[in-house]
Design a protein around this ligand. Structure first.
Ligand code: AP5
Ligand code: ZN
Length: 214
């Protein structure tokens, strides 16, 4: 099963990815997490990506496409995968199609911009795994600590309000066109396209996803 999550920054892609991975037994491919790991490791890719990410902009299509193709070629992706944060431009979607990498289910999570700005200020992440929390809506069992490892949680550098607003602008300009793009592919019967109201609770969104894709 090949699933793709589509939604604005902070819509809840990473949060639902944790659930979907467990439910359907497919690995998560989060381009954001992969880039953050490269930043942490101080690789040349990470050094290049850090400036762009901290400014709330997108890294180059070429770089991301190469990264994802390499990841999909790994053995654990043979049974399917969950794309989180990719494709997020038309050229990225075209590159997938040109490589014959088809998607079975597109899951759009819709949340209004103002709600997102509010949410991001309360987000906490576990840098090692990419697990996501919210201090009010989805708190860890112990304040400031990851549920699984007990390690410290962190605030993402790109969650500052002005950067979040910039990321939202880029989403509307460059990623939102994918709604129509994959809508058309769905009309041809090549995938299922479902849109979910991401302002519901985390559990309600998960439940709706399972109802829709089985
Ligand atoms: P990436 O890491 O993908 O960031 P994003 O798309 O901006 O999305 P987020 O991770 O911010 O949000 P999310 O939808 O996962 O929400 P979450 O579940 O965390 O990318 C980061 C950067 O990397 C980009 O800006 C770019 O520079 C670069 N990049 C990555 N991919 C790229 C690509 N393909 N091309 C080019 N550049 C790329 O939830 C947010 C908060 O809300 C959390 O606190 C959570 O607990 C809470 N929450 C979740 N669901 C609910 C709910 N239902 N109710 C209440 N609170 C909720
Ligand atoms: Zn995410």
């Amino acid at each position: 099963m090949r699933i793709m999550l589509l939604g604005a920054p902070g819509a809840g892609k990473g949060t639902q990815a944790q659930f979907i991975m467990e439910k359907y037994g497919v690995p998560q491919i989060s381009t954001g997490d992969m880039l953050r790991a490269a930043v942490k490791a101080g690789t040349p890719l990470g050094l290049e990506a850090k400036k762009v990410m901290d400014a709330g902009q997108l890294v180059s299509d070429e770089l991301i496409i190469g990264l994802v193709k390499e990841r999909i070629a790994q053995d654990d992706c043979a049974k399917g995968f969950l794309l989180d944060g990719f494709p997020r431009t038309i050229p990225q979607a075209d590159a997938m199609a040109a490589s014959g990498i088809d998607i079975d289910h597109v899951i759009e999570i819709d949340v209004p911009d103002e709600e997102i700005v509010k949410r991001m200020s309360g987000r906490r992440v576990h840098p090692g795994s990419g697990r996501v929390y919210h201090i009010v809506y989805n708190p860890p069992k112990v304040e400031g600590k990851d549920d699984v490892t007990g390690e410290d949680l962190a605030i993402r550098p790109d969650d500052e309000e002005s950067t979040v607003r910039k990321r939202l602008g880029i989403y509307h300009e460059q990623t939102k066109p994918l709604v129509e793009y994959y809508g058309k592919v769905a009309e041809q019967g090549k995938l299922t396209y479902n849109k979910f109201d991401g302002t519901q609770s985390v559990g309600d969104v998960s439940e709706a996803i399972v109802k829709a894709i089985g």
